[in-house]
Design a protein around this ligand. Structure first.
Ligand SMILES: NC(=O)c1ccc[n+]([C@@H]2O[C@H](COP(=O)([O-])OP(=O)(O)OC[C@H]3O[C@@H](n4cnc5c(N)ncnc54)[C@H](OP(=O)(O)O)[C@@H]3O)[C@@H](O)[C@H]2O)c1
Length: 340
């Protein structure tokens, strides 16, 4: 079978090679999927740049999520059958014609969902659902700030927050404002034109935000903390800031880490605030049954149209590098997909 293998860190056009390897055989708890659509995630871009510590070393087959058809199931798998249309978390290995993955990360998809739409579920929607529905309890009317609100995760976070009757503030670049509004964001901020913290204070007053979902990190996190209400929570689930500017390697890591600022438990206690970190790979590795529950909830939300996946562009495999470049360009709205 063909794989798209990362052979060199750096620019997408020089990074990947198509390589042939054996089709894997599923173990007792695994599922083998014939892949129709591969989802790209921002972490793939970070890994391709050599900045993602959890990624396997080169040559590596990246890829967190696929959609396709079940080709074979292990002897202990009871919830899936050959021929089922599924979405799956792959935790690497997803850029391939066939994928072997643990059954807990695989779910049947509703008939009305295309394979391309289904690629949004296993990573981005599960991350959104976990952040909004497992890591905290959102209450109606709470004021929620979502960074990168037009992105794969951010667009689904917005849909779930609106379903929970929250007021949503979203940040995004200029070309994404209309989409954010149409997707339910109540107060859209173009952070390329105004400072998000100042825009929020001028509209809502000092320290108005109940919950912040932060995928940017560094100074953005620190600024967010300064507008968090007493009793508020900040969920940190990404560090896109590490892609900023020209510094590289350890210097960049240190500069972004310092940008977050320093916090003491006493300060949290005094203001009844919480900082919560989310890493879905750890959840999948250490709490597979919880991950499976989240995936099933997400599929059910998609069935009920609470989650409405937004596929931006679908590329073919021969334009794989273009798909990566497009996601890295920060122009994408929703999901970027590559079809075999
Ligand atoms: N913790 C987890 O388990 C987990 C799981 C999935 C994803 N994530 C994280 O969630 C974030 C979103 O992932 P995604 O796959 O859905 O990507 P995405 O949001 O579709 O794409 C990333 C977007 O982030 C915005 N952004 C803001 N500042 C940026 C910066 N300094 N560098 C690059 N992009 C920046 C860009 O849009 P605008 O500039 O228009 O805002 C860009 O389009 C990523 O940070 C990712 O690592 C974490």
């Amino acid at each position: 079978m063909k794989t798209i293998t990362l052979v060199k860190y750096g620019e997408a056009k020089n990074a990947f090679e198509i390589r042939d390897i054996e089709i894997p055989s599923p173990g007792d708890d695994d599922v083998l999927i014939k892949v129709t659509s591969m989802g790209l995630n921002f972490a793939d871009v970070v890994a391709r740049r050599g900045l993602y510590p959890d990624a396997p070393k080169n040559p590596a087959v990246l890829g967190y999520d696929v959609a396709g058809i079940v080709e074979a199931v292990g002897s202990k798998v009871t919830h899936l059958n050959i021929g089922d249309r599924v979405t799956a978390l792959t935790r690497f290995g997803g850029y391939a014609e066939y994928v072997k993955t643990s059954a807990f990360g695989v779910a049947k998809i509703p008939d009305q969902l295309s394979f391309e739409e289904a690629t949004t579920l296993a990573t981005q929607a599960c991350t959104a659902y976990y952040c909004l529905c497992e890591s905290i309890n959102l209450n109606p009317n709470e004021l929620v700030l979502i960074h990168a609100a037009a992105g794969g995760v951010g667009s689904i976070m917005t849909q779930i927050a609106k379903h929970k009757n929250c007021q949503v503030i979203g940040t995004g670049s200029t070309t994404k404002q209309d989409f954010m509004k149409a997707n339910g964001v109540d107060f859209c901020i173009d952070y390329t034109k105004e400072k998000f913290d100042e825009a929020i204070i001028s509209k809502y007053g000092k320290r108005p935000v109940d919950v912040i979902f932060d995928s940017i990190g560094g100074k953005t996190f620190k600024k967010g903390f300064k507008i968090l209400k007493a009793g508020g929570k900040i969920i940190s689930y990404g560090v896109a800031a590490q892609m900023n500017g020209s510094k590289s390697g350890k210097l960049k890591t240190i500069s972004v880490a310092l940008g977050f600022g320093f916090f003491s438990p006493l300060q949290m206690l005094m203001h009844s605030q919480a900082i919560i970190g989310v890493n879905m790979l750890r959840v999948a590795d250490k709490k597979p049954l919880l991950f499976q529950k989240v995936l099933n909830e997400v599929v059910s939300f998609a069935e009920q149209k609470i989650i409405k996946p937004r596929v931006d562009k679908v590329f073919t495999v021969d334009a794989f590098a273009n798909a990566h470049e497009y996601l890295e360009s920060r122009k994408s709205i929703g999901k970027v997909v590559v079809n075999w």
